[in-house]
Every structure is written in C-alpha cells, then in structure tokens.
Design a protein around this ligand. Sequence first.
Ligand SMILES: [Zn+2]
Length: 166
Amino acid sequence: MPADWSRTVDVERLADVGEVREFDLPYAELPRLVPELASLEGVARCRIAFSRERGFPVADIDVRARLPLRCQRCLRMAPLEVAQRSRVWLVAEPAAADRLEAGIEPVLAPDGRIALRDLVEEELLLVVPLVPRHENEADCGRLASDEADVRQTPFAGLGELLKRGN
Ligand SMILES: [Zn+2]
C-alpha cells in the first residue's frame, strides 16, 4: 500500500479497533517540510497507534528521522536527529478542542478524517527550529564527507604559507 499515508483515514473507526500503522514516509512527500531541507533523500520512520481517551479518538505518534535540514548560515546540510513521541486529540471541529482538557495537543481532523502524513508532518514541524543552523559554528561550510579530516586543514595551509615566507 504505497500511498496509504496520503489518503485520509476515518479516525473514529481506527480508534474503535485500536489500529496501529507503521510506515516509512519519504521526505519528498512532506510538502510543508521540503523548503527547509537540503536534500530530499531519506525517509521518516513512523508509527501511529489510534485509541480512545475519555471517549475521544487519540493518536500516539512516534517519528524517527535524521532530517537533512539546510543550515541558514552556510546553506549546507545540518542533520537533525528526531525521535519524537506524542499523543494528540483528533477533533472534528475547532470548537471541540475547547472542551478538552489541557495537556494533550488537539489536532484538527475535519469531518473526522485525516491523512497519516499530515499527523507526521505536524510533529516534524514542531521540532524543526525556526532558523536551522549547525549547532557548532565550526561545522559550518563543511561538506559531510569532509568532516573526518577538515580539522587539520587551516593549520596545514598556514604551514605552507610560513614555509613560503621563509
Ligand atoms: Zn552551517
């Protein structure tokens, strides 16, 4: 079922049967996330379990990914490890969210339907920083493949200059 996560599902029915869906979601299929990414290769590993809490449908979402974010300082890839778990209320209309207790985030599922992809995308957008950057500025400007040996480079270059100066 390759397109399973893009079709909307009936959250009431899945909550009744305690449905669990596991799937790999390609980054290219996450339209709101794509502008933040330096590469579209790879997948998010997802598990969504439906159940009820106090009668309302809820989804336990588990997303694991190594998001290839684009660093806004050097515009190269700054991967972000994601291991995100959360429980959300699936509410059919915005007014219903007001009646629920705080502590669990409500997600709108219009007419009781939502695409699994949208649930995953919401979770990922929560963890993506507003301005993605390499955590350590020294990592900026490096290609991922350079990481092992780049540390020596500035000093090697300086040595060459000094030699020439003599
Ligand atoms: Zn950077």
